[in-house]
Design a protein around this ligand. Structure first.
Ligand SMILES: [Zn+2]
Length: 345
């Protein structure tokens, strides 16, 4: 169980021989800091981990390099160094996770930390996109879970959130395996370090995957990826990354298997998978997923995006129009290569 190289490669790959044409997307409008060689986000990260003991900081320093992930070994070492329970460490990491928040509409920064079965901790933060309806917002809990899923985690035991978990996220989390037992942890003021409640208590009499005869939930799916074939063959690494993400997407209710990939100017390809929800609306689109995961791997103040690609199996649902709309606001001028795919097994 836990992370494996095959799953990680679905999330991010580096290509040195892809030509790039730069389109800039600026996530911050704050003035430059006096730290000339450090971005504002890096500066905030270092300020946040300065609150931790010296011995802990070198372990925490791995988080930005690992796409917002703390390994199981680093987590166990931190618990030992700081003499904390893992729930307490997760609460302490919430301000660190919040550094990745992009909230130009609400200016309300939310951090989340998801714990895997192997005690890996995956950070997530809310991401709002100006110029789009509010329902395109990615919540911090969604970002942390997607980060975990894309980096190969198979099971989430608990999730800590810096603010009360909204109803939308409770329904989103109910799509996970072992949804009844999932613990949701929130800060509980000065006198008490945290408050933990089971999702079954936060969302009683819930409607979820089992009601639609599913045998497993989001994190353990797909046991066997669906095999898709592009209707128009391509050897473009960006298209193939989107295809691979589509094959591993979670679309048990519509078979609208879909994946998105983004090529950055530094020649990294990020890929994101579609994740449906039994209640439909709290699902997350492949483009939202790739934006959320890419954001967690991003410490510079400006990201240059070259191209984007969407591969999907159109069914009663189609991603194309929504993806074009979101991309036009997120990264104006960036072209979206679109490919339909057929299920071959
Ligand atoms: Zn929420």
């Amino acid at each position: 169980m836990g992370t494996n190289a095959e799953e990680v490669s679905v999330f991010k790959t580096h290509h040195s021989n892809i030509p790039v044409f730069h389109h800039s997307y600026s996530k911050q409008s704050e003035p430059c800091s006096e730290h000339l060689f450090m971005s504002i986000r890096e500066l905030k990260f270092h300020q946040a981990i300065n609150r931790f003991p010296d011995a802990a900081r070198c372990r925490l320093g791995s988080i930005p390099d690992n796409g917002g992930k703390l390994s199981g070994a680093d987590t166990m070492a931190l618990l030992d160094i700081m003499d904390l329970k893992i729930e307490e460490l997760m609460i302490d990491l919430l301000p660190v996770a919040g550094i990745w928040a992009v909230a130009p509409i609400s200016e309300f920064h939310v951090g989340a930390v998801a714990r895997s079965l192997d005690s890996e901790l995956y950070l997530g933060a809310n991401f709002e996109i100006k110029g789009l309806p509010l329902n395109q917002t990615i919540h911090a809990e969604q970002a942390a879970v997607m980060n975990a899923w894309h980096q190969g985690a198979k099971k989430i035991l608990s999730i800590a959130v810096s603010a009360a978990t909204c109803g939308y996220c409770r329904q989103f989390l109910y799509e996970l395996d072992q949804n009844q037992e999932l613990a949701v942890i929130t800060p509980a003021g000065e006198s008490k370090k945290h408050h933990a409640e089971k999702l079954s208590h936060l969302l009683p009499k819930a409607f979820g995957p089992l009601d639609l005869k599913m045998k497993s939930g989001l994190m353990s799916s797909p046991e066997k990826p669906v095999k898709l074939e592009l209707k128009t063959p391509s050897d473009d690494p960006l298209i193939l990354a989107a295809l691979k993400a589509a094959e591993r997407s979670y679309a048990p209710y519509t078979e609208n298997y879909a994946g998105c990939a983004i090529l950055t100017a530094d020649k990294n390809i990020y890929a994101g998978r579609y994740a449906e929800n039994a209640a439909f609306n709290p699902g997350i689109s492949p483009l939202q997923t790739v934006i959320a995961c890419m954001n967690m791997d991003w410490t510079s103040d400006q990201l240059k995006i070259d191209r984007a690609a969407l591969v999907e199996h159109p069914s009663k649902c189609v991603q194309k129009g929504a993806a074009e709309l979101v991309l036009a606001s997120f990264a104006p001028g960036v072209p979206l290569a679109y490919h339909e795919a057929a299920i071959i097994e």
